[in-house]
Design a protein around this ligand. Structure first.
Ligand code: PMP
Length: 401
């Protein structure tokens, strides 16, 4: 045991160091359904933390669909999709998603993270090149690493920088066979700004690059009925790969890739999480189908989400807070130092508002913030209460005057 202790000393030292910098993650235990109000560590608070954009996480129709599917199929498929893990429901979900996204086909995965890990290494390999926005999600970064491809990071949303880098990397005599991939988040998860997708489409056409967008935070938020960023910019048919997650606006869990049939057919044969990790569970699939149908039918919740977002952003800016470059329901209240952000979050919580402090390594050092997540589930009263508490805490901590 002694050797073991010495061998692992570096872990306790690292944990101690993170603790001294205030970088340990506090355990928050939820004891209620996900909604505008939730019970956290025994206390009811207003929830501004989750990605439950449309309030679907505890929707009666989704719950009913999940229960009905459990009665018919049980719970776990206990097999990967290519062996015994494809039920009729899995195919139905892919069909409904393809209709919703207006793409030829869809393939589902166990999560959005998995969808990224599955896709990039299946499409590019040694000798190819990836151009990736410097603030892309961790799952894109890991997927790029897995693919063993040269990765060129371009400045955040800077299409001039991207083109310069493409030009310097792709001389005219580039071997015809090598592939180029441009990959970007649609909505950036920590800042709430939006990728300049129309310009990326132009560059992808000019340089014959495959274009991939991770629409995790655009789904249910941007576009008609929440169809996502491609619909928002009316770029149907021009973006090769759309990555989606069903863990946010859809209110469940799971990931998918939407695109041309030829891409999806390829992923069914080459995407390793599809081949080697078990299929999504039955209740999740059934609940996702129900959520997609709700979105197809009505944009009521999407409009409510935007109404809440506009109201809250205007008021919080009016109080004097800096909310960065946000263009979406992700509202980062910029505070700078992580200790200040954590103290802010603690005081919010004591006053009934649950909004998390985000620090390094999730965001760059010195740019810690409270990330406030809007939801259609919030009432105007909920938003007013949050604004009042933000104002009081902000004044006490000297962030606003
Ligand atoms: N991509 C982006 C941009 C995300 O924000 C997230 C979730 N944090 C993911 C992918 C991963 O999605 P999931 O939670 O479904 O694994």
């Amino acid at each position: 045991m002694k050797t073991q202790a010495t061998k692992l000393n570096w872990l306790s030292e690292n944990l101690k160091e993170l603790g001294s910098k205030g970088l340990l993650i506090q355990k928050r235990v939820i004891e209620s359904p996900m909604g505008a109000k939730i019970k956290v560590n025994g206390k009811w608070v207003l929830n501004f933390c989750s990605n439950n954009y449309l309030g679907l996480a505890n929707n009666p129709l989704l719950k009913k669909a999940a229960k009905k599917a459990i009665d018919k199929y049980g719970i776990g498929p206990t097999a990967v999709r290519t062996i015994a893990g494809t039920t009729k429901l899995h195919l139905k979900l892919e069909e409904e998603l393809a209709k919703f996204k207006k793409t030829e086909a869809v393939i589902t995965f166990q999560s959005g993270f998995m969808a990224n890990l599955a896709t990039i290494p299946a499409l590019v390999g040694e000798g190819d090149i990836i151009f990736s926005d410097e603030l892309n999600h961790a799952s894109i970064i890991d997927a790029c690493r897995l693919s063993k491809v040269e990765v060129v990071r371009y400045n955040h949303t800077d299409t001039k920088d991207l083109e310069n880098k493409i030009k310097s990397k792709l001389p005219l005599n580039i071997p015809l066979k090598s592939k180029t991939l441009i990959v970007t988040d649609g909505v950036f998860s920590m800042d709430g700004d939006i990728s300049p997708l129309p310009e990326l489409v132009k560059l992808s056409e000019k340089y014959n690059a495959i274009l991939m967008v991770d629409d995790a935070h655009g789904e249910g938020v941007l576009g008609k009925n929440g169809r996502g960023i491609v619909d928002h910019f009316n770029l149907h048919g021009k973006v090769d790969i759309e990555i989606g997650t069903m863990s946010k606006a859809i209110g469940v869990v799971g990931g998918y890739v939407a695109g041309e049939k030829v891409i999806i057919d390829w992923l069914r044969l080459r995407a390793r999480p599809f081949l080697f990790s078990s299929a999504m569970t039955i209740p999740d699939v059934a609940a996702c189908i129900s959520a997609v149908k709700i979105l197809q039918k009505s944009d009521k919740q999407v409009l409510k989400l935007w109404d809440n977002t506009k109201y809250f952003k205007e008021k919080i800016k009016g109080l004097g807070f800096d909310i960065g470059k946000s263009k979406t329901p992700i509202v980062p209240v910029m505070l700078g130092e992580v200790k200040l952000a954590q103290e802010f979050s603690k005081r919010l919580f004591e006053n009934g508002i649950f909004a998390m402090a985000i620090g390094y390594p999730t965001v760059p050092e010195g740019s810690a913030r409270i990330r406030v997540m809007m939801s259609a589930a919030h009432s105007k009263n909920d938003l007013d209460k949050a604004l009042e508490v933000f104002s009081n805490v902000g004044k006490k901590l000297g962030v606003i005057s």
